[in-house]
Design a protein around this ligand. Structure first.
Ligand SMILES: [Zn+2]
Length: 74
């Protein structure tokens, strides 16, 4: 009785930690519901967009002299 009749698996919902039906009929899988899915995504988005960007890094030291060897038009 631990397995659904359609072969669906019960997984742990990443949102609430509760049981979630991992099947095609569960469009929110692996989440148990849209609420958990939205909550998890909201938390991820709010944290993901706060990643600091190293804008102070100097540009890579590109050797431009390699392009100066052939400046004549064809
Ligand atoms: Zn849940």
């Amino acid at each position: 009785m631990s397995q659904a009749s359609n072969g669906a698996r019960i997984v742990r919902c990443p949102g609430c930690g509760g049981p979630s039906v991992y099947a095609l009929e569960n469009v929110h899988r692996p989440f148990c519901s849209a609420r958990c899915k939205n909550n998890d995504f909201g938390a991820w988005a709010s944290e993901g967009y706060s990643v600091p960007v190293d804008a102070d890094l100097p540009p890579p030291d590109i050797d431009l002299d390699t392009d100066r060897g052939d400046t004549q038009p064809h």
